[in-house]
Design a protein around this ligand. Structure first.
Ligand code: ATP
Ligand code: MG
Length: 196
């Protein structure tokens, strides 16, 4: 039987409660059987800053999602050499789940970028896109291919990975912005500490 699978791509440096609330909300609203979190390998958008090791981002994502029976984590992007493009992520998962319905979950900021990509047509053939609201960004409904994109409102969590990294570097707490296990993982691996 065909399953309904959500795909939540991200750098997850670190994963935070904004990601988890968005995934949980889409899981419930779209009655998804599973949501697969896919940490990027080398994200093409972020070549201007040092991204944490893929293995650290992968493990934080595992720690953050472990308690939810509908959440899982895929290594497809971190195990593929080179820069990560969403079209490759979707091709790989489409090949792995040929008979299932795929829903690619993305925040308003990332949605804007995807619409401008040159392979946008193929993306929309590979999966249904679910754009979720994100504080500080507007989901413009310009040129949305009809039928391939849904826009939904999720509880507003004004959290970003950038802010979490800055807080750690400044010695400020990230408790309750990220799951407890992720706070402990960041501290154990000395992530985001200036000069570390
Ligand atoms: P950074 O600040 O490093 O860019 P980020 O917080 O934007 O990190 P990403 O890993 O870049 O996190 O985001 C992965 C996906 O999650 C994107 O589609 C993004 O739009 C979405 N997302 C991130 N934070 C939120 C949030 N607070 N609410 C809703 N969606 C979010
Ligand atoms: Mg981002």
């Amino acid at each position: 039987m065909s399953r309904r699978i959500g795909i939540m791509g991200g750098t997850f440096d670190p994963i935070h409660h904004g990601h988890l609330v968005a995934a949980s909300e889409v899981q419930s609203r779209f009655d998804l059987d599973e949501v697969i979190f896919v940490p990027t390998g080398h994200p093409w958008q972020k070549s201007d800053r040092e991204v944490s090791a893929a293995e650290d981002r992968y493990l934080m994502t595992v720690v953050a999602t472990a308690s939810n029976p509908r959440f899982s984590v895929s290594r497809v992007d971190i195990d593929r050499a080179g820069v990560t493009y969403t079209v490759d992520t979707l091709r790989d998962l489409r090949a792995k789940y040929p008979d299932d319905e795929l829903f690619f979950i993305t925040g308003a900021d990332a949605m804007q970028q995807i619409l401008s990509w040159r392979d946008a047509d193929e993306l929309f053939r590979l999966a249904h896109f679910v754009g979720v609201t994100r504080p500080g960004y507007h989901l413009e409904d310009t040129h949305l291919p009809s039928g391939s994109v849904s826009l939904i409102e999720v509880p507003a969590m004004a959290i970003s990975s950038t802010d979490c990294r800055t807080r750690v570097a400044d010695g400020e707490p990230v408790w309750y912005l990220v799951p407890d296990g992720v706070v402990q993982y960041i501290s154990k691996r000395h992530l985001y500490v200036a000069g570390a």
